[in-house]
Design a protein around this ligand. Structure first.
Ligand code: URA
Length: 211
């Protein structure tokens, strides 16, 4: 078994991704685009959330209408810090979602993911989890985040990113074949520093203007 890779090739997502990639896109614009794309990606990823039917009254007539099952609220787990850029958009669409954070940094030489922060909602064993990080590069952070969340035995997990490298997908699939990946694009490769090429540069630096 290997995890499914779902490419979200919606035209709006692809257009915004191109603007995000451009080196001359400002920090403000980058942030706005990442939020917008977070919303669009979340729309695709949540298309099969379970619904339940309720009796309601419209101004004209009673009807039985679909609603998201209240006990099925998703938990979004953002991998710090770039995950925050996607999270902001996702929360606009799902304002009552619970949110967890996992802080991981890459050792600059070994590229091993080192956890420095973790705060997750308590009842993950009753929840469906969406893990978000714009970049699936080496895959080490994503693998470490899923390792951590699996300790809480959630109902299901999906991993959502904006860009993936083949190396990151392979690494992730090897460790977590049961977790589907959602991405807007798969780029060519990683460079020697572990950056996705052609990519968009360092997502955290571009989001927060730290370079
Ligand atoms: N993280 C980033 O922000 N960019 C990459 O290209 C790879 C990892």
């Amino acid at each position: 078994m290997t995890s499914q890779v779902n490419i979200i090739n919606h035209s709006l997502v692809q257009h915004k991704l191109t603007l995000i990639r451009r080196a001359d896109t400002s920090t403000a614009k980058f942030r706005q685009l990442l939020r917008e794309v977070g919303m669009l990606l979340a729309y695709e990823v949540t298309r099969d959330l379970p619904l339940k039917y309720e009796d309601i009254q419209t101004p004209l007539a009673p009807m039985v209408a679909p609603m998201l099952a209240p006990d099925k609220k998703m938990v979004i787990v953002s991998i710090l810090r770039a995950g925050q850029g996607l999270l902001d958009g996702i929360l606009e669409l799902m304002p009552s979602a619970r949110v967890g954070h996992i802080g991981l940094y890459r050792d600059p030489t070994t590229h091993v993911a080192i956890e420095y922060y973790c705060k997750l909602p308590q009842d993950l064993n009753h929840r469906d989890i969406l893990i978000v990080d714009p970049m699936l590069a080496t895959g080490n952070s994503a693998v470490a985040a899923v390792d951590r969340i699996k300790e809480a035995n959630p109902i299901s997990m999906k991993f959502l990113c904006l860009l993936a490298a083949p190396e990151g997908i392979n690494n992730f699939q090897e460790h977590h074949p049961d977790v589907p990946i959602y991405t807007a694009a798969i780029d060519d490769k990683l460079d020697l520093d572990g950056y996705i090429v052609p990519g968009l540069g360092d997502a955290g630096d571009r989001l927060y203007g730290t370079k």
